[in-house]
Ligand binder design. Structure first.
Ligand SMILES: Nc1ncnc2c1ncn2[C@@H]1O[C@H](COP(=O)(O)OP(=O)(O)OP(=O)(O)O)[C@@H](O)[C@H]1O
Ligand code: SF4
Ligand SMILES: [Mg+2]
Length: 315
């Protein structure tokens, strides 16, 4: 069976202006190869700026990849030409339900919009579909007649999830979906996501700073550093015995990490500037296990002890 989606050596660079007449680039993704099975949750963790959101947005077709391929349902995707395939396969829920919803639009109108653009459903059918997704997120039809700004943060995130469900996607990319919410509301949203997975076999890419949450929700996980995957495999295996020095450092602190606070407190130093990443191992500047070889050669992902690890020391 083919994967729901698969990326092969996905690279994304952004222009960062020029310095001394030289054009500069931010290396946001440096060859990311990941995949997802239907119905599973893939957790993505890593310090602020490591490329988690860029990966999600590139997968969604919101950024044109610089190089590498994305395959969806067995077909290599062109983000410009295959927008419809992407939107039918995956949708995204963003961190900030205040910024990601148009406050001046009636919720029903917002939810109906993609149906108008992408389907031939009649007005009555569209109404039924909107009511159906509202009910899936625990809201009634009358709440659809209100405006997004009339709702609390948790309710807005429910609306964000309803919007992501409207086209019946197989996968939702959740980019820090609960970090802006109160803890009690976080639990409600996580319960909702879990229920959708159980009832609809929904797949999630779950991007988060909260390692405990990722452990709880993910079947597989990928640890990213400076635009590359350092370790990838079953969440259970990695949490039980992390192998990559970076994963070990992340998991050394047992407890939720404050959203948008760098993980830096637990590691010496800062991640290097993504405009000039190290030539050798991307983690070499902060690695307690660094060897001379790490400064000149970049390790690739290898299967070690039932997971993928990019580290010479773990081979
Ligand atoms: N549109 C853009 N233009 C230029 N640089 C960008 C753009 N988007 C992201 N970047 C850069 O790409 C790198 C990866 O950013 P990204 O937002 O994907 O990180 P992240 O892991 O999601 O971080 P956070 O945890 O803070 O959300 C960063 O260095 C960021 O500054
Ligand atoms: S390759 Fe070297 S520098 Fe990189 S993580 Fe492994 S030991 Fe550390
Ligand atoms: Mg982000």
């Amino acid at each position: 069976m083919s994967y729901l989606w698969e990326t092969n050596q996905l690279v994304k660079t952004f222009s960062a202006g020029s310095s001394w007449g030289q054009k500069q680039q931010v290396y946001a993704l440096q060859g990311v190869s990941l995949y997802q099975n239907q119905g599973e949750t893939l957790g993505i963790v890593g310090e602020s700026g490591c490329g988690k959101s860029t990966f999600g947005m590139t997968l969604m077709g919101l950024h044109q990849p610089t190089s590498g391929t994305i395959t969806m349902n067995g077909q290599v995707i062109n983000p410009v030409r295959n927008k419809q395939i992407i939107q039918q396969t995956m949708q995204m829920v963003f961190q900030n339900p205040y910024a990601s919803l148009n406050p001046r639009m009636m919720v029903r109108t917002m939810l109906e919009e993609p149906l108008l653009v992408h389907t031939n459903l009649s007005q009555a059918e569209r109404r039924d579909r909107v009511n159906e997704v509202l009910s899936q997120v625990g809201m009634g039809p009358t709440q659809g007649e209100r405006y997004a700004h009339e709702f609390s943060g948790g309710q807005r995130q429910r609306i964000g999830i309803a919007r992501s469900l409207i086209m019946n996607p197989s996968c939702i990319i959740c980019d820090e979906p609960i970090s802006a919410l109160d803890v009690s509301i976080q639990v409600q949203i996580m319960t909702l996501l879990e229920r959708l997975q159980q009832n609809q076999h929904m797949s999630y890419v779950f991007i988060s700073h909260d390692l405990n949450m990722v452990r709880y929700i993910s079947h597989r996980m990928a640890v990213m550093y400076l635009g590359a995957v350092m370790e990838e495999g079953s969440a259970e295996t990695i949490y039980a015995r992390p192998l990559h020095p970076y994963t070990k450092a992340l998991l050394a602190v047992n407890g939720p990490v404050v959203p948008h606070m760098p993980f830096g407190q637990i590691l010496e130093g800062e991640p290097p500037n993504p405009i000039s990443p190290p030539k050798g191992c991307l983690f070499s500047g902060r690695c307690p296990e660094v060897e001379p070889r790490c400064l000149t050669e970049r390790p690739t992902l290898n299967t070690v002890d039932g997971r993928q690890v990019a580290c010479f020391h773990c081979e």
